[in-house]
Design a protein around this ligand. Sequence first.
Ligand code: NAX
Length: 333
Amino acid sequence: MPEPIRVIVTGAAGQIAYSLIYQLAKGDVFGADQPLYLHLLDIPPMMGVLEGVVMEITDCALPLVKGVVATADLAVAFKDVDAAFMVGSMPRKQGMERKDLLSANVKIFKEQGEALDKYAKKTVKVLVVGNPANTNALMCAKYAPSIPKKNFSAMTRLDHNRAQAALAQKLGVGVADVQNVIIWGNHSSTQFPDVAHASVLINGSKKSVSDAINDKDYLQGDFVKMVQTRGAAVIAARKMSSAMSAAKAAGDHMKDWWFGTAPGQHVSMAVISDGSYGVAADIMFSFPVSIKPGGEYQIVQGLPVSDFARKMLDITAEELLEEKKDALSLCQD
Ligand code: NAX
C-alpha cells in the first residue's frame, strides 16, 4: 500500500463537502489503494455540525481513511496537505452586491492562500470550487508565492459535465461517447460552452458533434444558454444549489489532474492563463487541457477559433479582468 496522503476539504460542514468527502474516503478520486488523512476545515460556529460529519465518516468504516483532522485552525488544517479542495466560501445573501460577495471571498482566499504557502507541501494541487471560483483561485495563488501558479486551478468541470451530458441526451448516446467539449473562461454566466472540437461515437463511428447535430443556431444559441444557466435552473427546482453534481465534478477534476487524461482527450480546467488563444495572461481562465500521467497539465494548443468563438472568449475574459481588478483593489483595503 502507498504512503497515506493528506487531503483538505474546506467548507467541510457544507452541502458539497457532504457528497465530496465520501468519494474521497472510498477511493474514487485518488485510487482504491490510496490511504489518506482527511483534513476538514470550517468556521468556528460550524464545529458542532462538523463533529457530526466526522461521526458519519467513522461510521462508514472505510479502510482507506487513516485519520480525520476537523478544525477551524488554518495552521492545523493546511499542514502538509497534498491536495486541497477549497469549497468553503461566503454565500451570496439577499441584498448583497456582487462586489460585497467578492470582498468577503477575496479575504477568505487571501488568508487561505497564505496558509497554503506556510503549511502545505510545495507540490500541493489546489482546486478552488467556492465562488467566484476563478478569481478566488487567482487570489489564493497570489498569496502563496512559494507554490507554483500551475498548482492552482478553479472548477469549470461541472459546466463541462453538464455540456457533455446534454449533448449525449440530445444525440441519444451514452455520456462516455461524447468527448472533448470545452468550457472557456469564467465559471459564471459569461462562460462559453463550445462544441466545435467535440466528437461523438455513433454506432461505432466517430463524428464531429457539430455535424451530428447539424443545427448551428441551437449549438450557438439555446445550448450555450442552457449550460450557462443550468446552476440557476437547479436552484429553482431544488431550492438549493447543485451539490451532488458539484462534488462529482470536483472529484473528476482532481482525479484527472492526479492521474492524467486519456490520449487524445481533453477536459476543461480554469488555470493561470499564459496568453494562449489571445486571452489576457495572469487570469484564471478555463481552457481545454490535457494532463500527463503524474499530473502535469498542458493547455491544448492550435484549435481553430471561429469569429463567434472569438467574441465569446473576449466577453468572458473581459469579465475576469474586471473581477481581477476589483479583487486586487479590495486586497489593498
Ligand atoms: P454551503 O453553504 O452548504 O457550505 C459552505 C461551507 O463553507 C459552510 O459550511 C460554511 O460554514 C463554510 N465556510 C464559510 N466560510 C469559510 C471559511 N472562511 N473557511 C472555511 N469554511 C468556510 O455551500 P455549498 O453548496 O457547499 O457551496 C460551496 C461553494 O461552492 C459556494 O461558493 C458555491 O457558490 C460554490 N459552487 C461552485 C461551483 C463550481 O462549479 N465552481 C458549483 C457549485 C457551487 O455553486
